[in-house]
Design a protein around this ligand. Structure first.
Ligand code: TXA
Ligand code: MG
Length: 335
């Protein structure tokens, strides 16, 4: 299959390009598009066969449900069985934006969208390109991150091309994404609501709107009886090279000695040790959590591209604002 890659202005995409993409969606094809978090791989969420193509292209297990993206709250209400107070309050405060809410589904949502389950995840993205594409398609769009299963999420069109080029119909290139980590996923069909995946919106922000929520301990799936969200799979979001999370300052000298003559990657956070070895890819990460998140996947993708055989990460501090970043790094390091 030939994958068309078309650049657009992220704030004012060419309506002709959006129209072409929407025609692909309406005829059951796959289009990768930017959202404010990461690039998504979209298909008509109401078309069972189109949704099946997403699982095939990604190599995704069929029990891992997809997020349904909508352009209006009205459409969100049409795919869920009920709209509770939490949905009303959270959507008013955080939509459009990086928050995904899980609620019981209505029958019009095909079973393969929800991995066979009775709930559906919905999100109203804040990206203009995503918004225009969903509106033009006139259907909700099911979209996981646009990467092969278990691999790093894409924050640039080129990341999508590398992992899914030749497997999908079109990639809309709207430049790098802003948030950089996936949306926060919260199950509001339960009381209290349960945070299933930390992301762009922090638990404190959510609790300030709906009161206290349950926070599962991440990467600790062993203690959770049922698999509440397959995104809780421990190993996820990982680069090709084994990744080691180091708390506290990296001992750069030690690492360089241990890997003399080997191509490795280092993500620095607090240390600022200049490294002159050509076979070491060293990236100094930003100290602001938001900026760090925005750069994280691109940094790991570049280490993959450089053929690093091992990646060391000097971990950012523990704390509310770092939760999503630390969660992704911990998962990337899981064996
Ligand atoms: O930021 C994002 O959320 C991006 C962009 C494209 O919107 N999408 C994304 O999708 O990250 P994906 O498929 O890579 O991750 C969706 C997560 C998975 O962890 C999945 O298990 C969980 O949401 N999920 C989806 N539907 C669910 C449901 N009904 N119940 C519980 N978890 C659900
Ligand atoms: Mg994903």
């Amino acid at each position: 299959m030939k994958t068309d890659i078309i650049k657009v202005n992220k704030d004012n995409p060419d309506p002709e390009v959006i129209k072409r993409a929407s025609e692909i969606i309406r005829s059951g094809g796959l289009v990768a598009f930017p959202t404010e978090t990461v690039y998504g791989l979209g298909a008509n969420a109401l078309d069972t066969e189109a949704v099946e193509k997403i699982y095939l292209a990604k190599g995704r297990p069929s029990n891992n449900p997809l997020i349904v993206h909508v352009a209006t709250v009205e459409v969100a209400k049409k795919i869920v069985a009920f709209w509770n107070d939490e949905a009303e309050l959270l959507s008013r405060r955080f939509w459009p934006g990086p928050l995904t809410m899980v609620l019981p589904k209505r029958d019009i949502v095909p079973d393969n969208v929800t991995g066979g389950g009775s709930t559906v995840a919905v999100r109203l993205p804040a990206h203009r390109v995503a918004h225009d594409l969903i509106l033009a398609s006139k259907v909700p769009i099911a979209a996981p991150s646009a990467n092969r299963s278990m691999r790093l999420s894409p924050t640039m069109a080129d990341h999508v091309r590398k992992s899914l080029g030749g497997r999908i119909d079109m990639i809309i290139d709207g430049g790098p994404t802003l948030v950089g980590v996936e949306s926060t996923v919260i199950d509001i069909s339960r009381n209290p609501a349960v945070l299933l995946r930390p992301g762009g919106i922090t638990p404190n922000e959510i609790e300030s709107v709906i009161g206290s929520i349950e926070i599962l301990s991440f990467g600790d799936q062993g203690h959770v009886g049922v698999m509440k969200s397959p995104g809780m799979l421990k190993k996820h979001y990982s680069p090709q090279a084994p990744l080691e999370c180091v708390e506290g300052e990296l001992d750069i000298k030690d690492i360089l000695q241990l890997h003399s003559g080997e191509r490795i990657g280092i993500l620095q956070y607090q240390s600022h040790t200049p490294i002159s070895r050509e076979d070491v890819v060293c990236i100094e990460m930003p100290t602001s959590a938001r900026k760090y998140a925005a750069r994280l996947y691109a940094a790991l993708h570049s280490m993959d591209d450089a053929g690093a055989m091992k990646i060391y990460v000097e971990m950012p501090p523990v704390g509310e604002e770092w939760m999503a970043v630390r969660d992704r790094l911990r998962r990337a390091s899981a064996k």
